[in-house]
Design a protein around this ligand. Sequence first.
Ligand SMILES: C[S@@+](CC[C@H](N)C(=O)[O-])C[C@H]1O[C@@H](n2cnc3c(N)ncnc32)[C@H](O)[C@@H]1O
Length: 222
Amino acid sequence: MMVESKGWDWNNVAEDEKGIWLEPAVESYYFVDRWTKKGYKKFLDLGCGMGRHSIQFAKAGFEVNAFDLMDEAVNSTMKWAEKEGLSITGKTGDMLALPYEDSSMDCIFCRNVIQHSDTEGVNKAISEIYRVLKKGGECYFTLASKSTHGFKATDWPLLDKNTKICKTPGPEYDVPHYFADYDDIFELCKAFKIEKIYHVENYYEQFGHGHSSFHYHVIIEK
Ligand SMILES: C[S@@+](CC[C@H](N)C(=O)[O-])C[C@H]1O[C@@H](n2cnc3c(N)ncnc32)[C@H](O)[C@@H]1O
């Protein structure tokens, strides 16, 4: 049985971490460039959070659809767009049943989102991405790696062989986390052409000491 979807509790983000969610991630600049050059227009920010990438892509001229499980996330994105005078279409819903037509998006940006389910849910989210992308369209997504600390954490209960429940206090408390390796990604993406996979380490400080996390960054084409 698939685990019940649980989004981020955005009201529980620590004060000194709020700024992170308002600046585009470093990788996103590459995708503005890559997808502008490909002539893509219809853009889906799958799991938009506070809206940092929706705003960035709208400013770059894309037709932006901002989507998240949490009303707070979509509302924050829409308020920010209004302040900037940008036109964005916002929708609340679950990545397991995307409320978009077949073959309706040129490109899908999905950073640290589909990992928030179990093995069955991640497979379902990838099949929804396939359905919604146009032929020749691309998706950038990230997945937490089995090399990262959460997968090794002994106080995070195991749900299936790839999935644990986060027990770190904060916005992700009780949110499921799926962890991948290369073989998992090849299997998940077998309907797509895999363009690139990067295995990236991020260093950051939290709770007064340094941590690092590993994620796969994947570009796939339908
Ligand atoms: C780590 S945050 C990333 C937000 C954004 N992509 C960014 O980079 O700023 C993960 C987001 O995914 C959303 N999310 C989690 N599960 C989801 C689901 N089943 N369907 C849609 N969104 C989901 C969360 O609510 C949260 O806003």
